[in-house]
Design a protein around this ligand. Structure first.
Ligand code: ZN
Length: 74
């Protein structure tokens, strides 16, 4: 698709790292599937992927950890 930020580039499938944090916990998700602009580098994460990340994050938060590196897996 065409990039909505720079309106110049096109997005390509790739992977990115997403960091989610609140007051006491930081979660780092590696290998998250994303569409990445080949011009400005803007990352687009699908709503399904986003939902899966938030569900995963909620489960991790309930364990009371402070920092965790996770690999995104469907
Ligand atoms: Zn762009």
């Amino acid at each position: 698709m065409k990039c909505a930020i720079c309106r110049n580039g096109a997005t390509e499938s790739g992977h990115t790292t997403v960091v989610l944090e609140n007051d006491r916990t930081t979660l780092v998700f590696k290998n998250v599937p994303a569409e990445i602009c080949n011009n400005c580098g803007e990352e687009y994460i699908s709503s399904d992927t986003n939902k899966a990340l938030l569900n995963h994050a909620r489960a991790e938060l309930s364990r009371g950890i402070t920092l965790e590196m996770l690999s995104y897996a469907v």
